[in-house]
Structures are given as C-alpha cells and as structure tokens.
Ligand binder design. Structure first.
Ligand code: PEP
Ligand code: MN
Length: 270
C-alpha cells in the first residue's frame, strides 16, 4: 500500500468530521432515509420518523444510478429542494448522491455531505471535483473493488485538498446470489489498521434483504464501524427503488436501540 500516502494511517491522527451536531470518527453516526426522494410527503414522513428513532442524518437520492434507463431516475433538483425542506423541518443534515461532475458544485448548496456511489467510485473526474469542495464526501466502495483501489480513490479526493472523506462499505459482488451483495465486514477492521479516515457500513445495499439488516448492523458495530447508512421507507412495498431492502420506521427504530446499546457496551470494554 505504498502509494497510499494521504489516506494512510501511518504517522497520522484519526480524522474526525463534524456534520451539524455529530462527528464522524467520534460518535456512532446513523444515517437513514429513503433510497430515492419520491415526494415531499414521503420524504418528510420518513425524515420525522427516523429523527424520532434517533437517526443523526437523512439520506435520499435525487439522482439515481439505475441499472435500466427505464427505471425511476430520481427527481433531480426538485428532490434536492424536498431534502432542503426536510432539513428545515427536522434539523437533520442531508447526504445525497452526485452522479455527474457538472452537478458537484451547485449540489453543495443543498446538501451537507455528497455521496459518491459504488458505480462511480473510480470516476476520477468526479473524485477530483469532489476534492475541490468543502463538503464531506461519503465514498462508497465499488462493487468490484479491492480495499487498495478504494483507498486510492479516497487519495484522489484528499489530493485535491478536501480532507473530509468518509468511507462506506456497501458489499461487493461474489458468486453468492442469496444476498444482493456480500457485505465485507472484514473491510471495516482492515481499514481501521490502514487508514485514519472514518468508515461506515451500508447494510441495506450490502444484503438487499430487510431480514438481514439488523444482524449486519450489529456486526458492523462490533467490527468497529463509525456509523451506518440505512434505507427506510414509510411504505416499503410502494418504494420506487430498492423496496426489498427498505426497513419500516418501526423496524429501524427497534434496530437503532440495539445498535446504540451495543456501541455503548463496546465503549465500556475499552
Ligand atoms: C444508494 O445509496 O442508494 C446507492 C445507489 O448505493 P450504492 O452506490 O452503494 O449502490
Ligand atoms: Mn438504494
């Protein structure tokens, strides 16, 4: 890993990244919300519910990277305006995915953190643009990427002067088909010895199945994750994207209690 310079843990303090009133790398940051922003009513309802359940940040895609061009592509600017009103109403900071270099700078006016998704992890132009902003960047692991390739992508952002990179393990493709992806929990522990950057886990895309999300969230906390990003929908069966992996607000609330209790227990051991 000799080419990993800025992201490497060697001779460096662990990075902490404050967003509103939580800090990545210090607090257990729980991000929750719909896969896609679908309407104001849907987003506000979910935002209030996840806030009540103890989420620290709201997620929601306004630009969606869909496998088929005929699937819902997101509401774009309208979606970002809906997220802005959800932040105004609930106080939750917002993270949303940027797909295109042309959208990086203006999107910063709407979001507290930018997400670079798995499909764009190695979009080097996008990484460089993100590196020129002053927003935290949630960098998801590419579905076919090694830890080293992933760290090199973080390096691209850091090298442009943006030191606020949060890594997100979201599962990789393997020969297994029961789960949507294979959640690489070992990557969390591995990254703790390789990098000073905070690392969070996405058990929603990591499994693709509601039934597996609570167990994988707990496992992630045990592995040392600095946070979670979880998909939640007020009517999962009607979600316009990723409905099979959307928790109801009740399921999310239940899970969050266990996750927070486990984190407190682990902190007590140290
Ligand atoms: C998402 O967070 O909705 C998403 C598309 O995630 P990923 O890039 O990990 O597939
Ligand atoms: Mn999704």
């Amino acid at each position: 890993m000799n080419d990993i310079k800025l992201a490497s843990l060697k001779n460096k303090q662990r990075t902490t990244i404050p967003v509103a009133n939580v800090t990545f790398g210090k607090d257990l940051v729980i991000i929750a919300g719909p896969c896609s922003v679908e309407s104001e009513e849907q987003t506000l309802s979910i935002a209030y519910a996840v806030k009540r359940a103890g989420a620290n940040m709201l997620r929601g895609g306004a630009f969606k990277p869909r496998t088929s061009p005929y699937n819902f592509q997101g509401l774009g600017l309208k979606g970002l305006k809906i997220l802005e009103s959800a932040r105004r109403e609930t106080g939750l900071p917002i993270v949303s995915e940027v797909l295109d270099t042309r959208d990086v700078s203006w999107m910063c006016e709407y979001v507290d953190a930018l997400q670079i998704g798995a499909r764009n992890m190695q979009n080097f132009s996008l990484l460089k643009e993100a590196g020129k902003t002053n927003r935290p960047i949630l960098l998801k692991r590419g579905m076919y990427s090694t830890i080293k390739e992933w760290l090199n992508c973080a390096e691209y952002i850091l090298n442009e002067g943006n030191s606020q990179v949060i890594l997100c393990e979201r599962g990789i493709r393997t020969f297994e088909t029961y789960t949507r992806n294979t959640l690489d929990v070992s990557a969390v522990a591995a990254l703790k010895e390789l990098t000073h950057l905070p690392i969070i886990v996405d058990p929603s895309h990591g499994t693709g199945k509601v039934s597996l999300i609570p167990a994988m969230s707990l496992a992630s906390v045990v592995a040392g994750a600095d946070g979670l990003i979880v998909e939640v929908h007020n009517h999962p069966e009607m979600a316009l994207s990723d409905k099979d992996q959307a928790l109801t607000p009740e399921q999310f609330s239940e899970m969050t209690k266990k996750v927070r209790a486990l984190r407190a227990f682990i902190e007590g051991l140290n």
